[in-house]
Design a protein around this ligand. Structure first.
Ligand SMILES: Cc1cc2nc3c(=O)[nH]c(=O)nc-3n(C[C@H](O)[C@H](O)[C@H](O)COP(=O)(O)OP(=O)(O)OC[C@H]3O[C@@H](n4cnc5c(N)ncnc54)[C@H](O)[C@@H]3O)c2cc1C
Length: 218
């Protein structure tokens, strides 16, 4: 277990907070991986939750982007109160989504976090080609790192809003009909990350439309 001091923290949207943490020496992880984290405060040390690195291995610091659920009164609500100088405990690093080659990325809410790390790494190595992102949120205000995603992916980045009418954006769920209209050809690799029901529903629709289950990365 590693104690990590918070070097900087601020809100990137109304309920999502970025944490920049000190990085232990010889610490290794790769894009798409997550860590089990708790807060180094009495009573919170054993309340362990998973979060995904949005920083890259060679950076001097670690970064997490975390949605704060005030109403759960759990770990993230407590994280909402933490400031520079407070400490988190990193228990272990484990594999989540791994990049396996170009494809279509479909994210719901904070499910974008592993993709952020993957896109940043691909951008740095000059390999961010043949990548498209469908990013679903309730409203425009819930989108995380919109400017960076626009810069990285340009027209290959599409927002979908389930609750808000905004001119120029698509307002609907990513369902079977949406996938048929938007993708057309399902002979591709798909990466899907979001709430469990979101991921299940989309994977089921993709397979029913001809996607190869071997080419689904969740
Ligand atoms: C592999 C993985 C990677 C992840 N990476 C990230 C990431 O990078 N960023 C990120 O933001 N999130 C990420 N998550 C999600 C994140 O782990 C959860 O949001 C977090 O665990 C929530 O912790 P919490 O203690 O605040 O709330 P919870 O553990 O969800 O809830 C605490 C308590 O609140 C109550 N509760 C639960 N749901 C509700 C509700 N709807 N209303 C009221 N009360 C409720 C329950 O009693 C529960 O025991 C990831 C999840 C996984 C599995």
């Amino acid at each position: 277990m590693q104690k990590l001091k918070i070097l900087n923290t601020h809100y990137v949207s109304h309920n999502v907070k970025r944490f920049v943490l000190e990085k232990p020496t010889d610490f290794e992880y790769s894009p798409g991986q997550s860590a089990h984290i708790s807060i180094n405060l009495p009573g919170w040390e054993d309340q362990i939750r998973p979060f995904t690195f949005t920083s890259l291995q060679h950076w001097d610091t670690l970064e997490f982007i975390i949605k704060i659920y005030e109403d759960h009164k759990g770990v993230t609500a407590q994280m909402g109160k933490l400031n520079t100088g407070a400490e988190l405990l990193l228990h272990d690093v484990y594999g989540s989504i791994k990049y396996k080659g170009p494809g279509i990325f479909i994210a719901g809410g904070t499910g974008i976090t592993p993709f952020i790390a993957i896109f940043r790494a691909l951008f740095e190595s000059g390999n961010l080609r043949n990548i498209a992102l469908l990013y679903s949120n309730k409203t425009k205000d819930d989108v995380i790192l919109h400017d960076e995603l626009t810069k990285l992916l340009g027209p290959a980045y599409k927002n979908v809003f389930t609750r808000e009418g905004v001119i120029g954006f698509r307002e609907r769920r990513i369902d079977r009909k949406f996938l048929i209209e938007t993708i057309g050809n399902f002979d591709s690799r798909f990466y899907v990350c979001g709430p469990q029901n979101f991921t299940e529903e989309i994977c089921e629709a993709l397979i029913s439309l001809g996607a190869d289950p071997e080419y689904l990365i969740v």
